[in-house]
Design a protein around this ligand. Structure first.
Ligand code: NAD
Length: 246
């Protein structure tokens, strides 16, 4: 018997990296898992792996409406929402433009706010919302200011929403990964030849001396999504090889 038999989950940004590993983990525990992403090739791969893939940009309100209409049509509500889609680009303070600022906040904060808001009518009693923060929010990564600020906002929203939704029996927790080897992380390098250098620099900040793996975050997401964490809400769960702890 799976821990999530008969449950329905949505993972935004669920076709790559942390989102894909988590979607597969939730599905392996018996949930019907909807995933969203923007790349049709990756959506097709996710569908082939048994996930229900919907093309959607989290920063597009019409796309979000379409996603939740599709889930509503199934008539079983939503038990797990992993609001995970997001990303960032490096920019020093001096290089930060209004466009960079707006795009980063629009995608990471706006995308999360309106994903969670539009999920509200569908959430079943006992539902679990998991947000994706980052150790970058603690301000330790240079030239990552806007991204770090969006993730600090996510952490703050997670606490506020936990208080707002506790009366409905809905829990809200934030997973806080350190550097994890994903296509998104590799994409931060200026080109493919510099990925190794980027990774080595990041590993230097991790006491465990390596990057995390997406499945290690997925295990923690399953914990927050399932009844195993039934007495947790408003919490931040760091999975970071000790990066912000040791
Ligand atoms: P990834 O690029 O491998 O996957 C991100 C997914 O989000 C992709 O499916 C992408 O299509 C989707 N996505 C991005 N912007 C989107 C948008 N506007 N609309 C819909 N989908 C969108 O990256 P990842 O490393 O797995 O990152 C997943 C989450 O984890 C992000 O929120 C990221 O900020 C966070 N995070 C990553 C790390 C890391 O080191 N990899 C560390 C801390 C936090």
């Amino acid at each position: 018997m799976g821990q999530l038999d008969g449950k329905t989950a949505l993972v935004t940004g669920g076709t790559s990296g942390i989102g894909l590993a988590s979607a597969r983990r939730l599905a392996a525990e018996g949930a019907t898992v909807f995933v969203t992403g923007r790349d049709q090739g990756k959506l097709d791969e996710a569908a082939a792996a048994g996930l229900v893939a919907i093309r959607s940009d989290v920063s597009d309100p019409a796309d979000l409406d379409r996603v939740f209409a599709t889930i509503a049509e199934r008539g079983r509500g939503l038990d797990v929402l992993f609001a995970n889609a997001g990303g960032g680009e490096f920019a020093t303070l001096g290089d930060t433009t209004w466009e960079h600022y707006e795009q980063t906040f629009h995608r990471n904060v706006g995308g999360t706010v309106f994903t969670v808001q539009k999920a509200l009518p569908l959430l079943n009693p006992g539902a679990s919302i998991v947000l994706t923060g980052s150790t970058a929010a603690d301000g330790s990564s240079s030239a990552f200011g806007m991204y770090a600020a969006t993730k600090a906002a996510i952490r703050s929203l997670g606490r506020t929403w936990a208080a707002e939704l506790v009366g409905r029996g809905i829990r809200v927790n934030t997973i806080v990964p350190g550097p994890v080897e994903t296509p998104g992380l590799a994409g931060l390098a200026p080109d493919a030849s510099q990925v190794d250098t980027l990774f080595k620099g990041l590993i230097a900040s991790v006491p465990m001396d390596r990057l995390g793996r997406p499945d290690e975050i997925a295990d923690a997401v399953l914990f927050l999504a399932s009844g195993q964490s039934s007495f947790m809400t408003g919490a931040a769960l760091y999975v970071d090889g000790g990066a912000n702890q040791v």
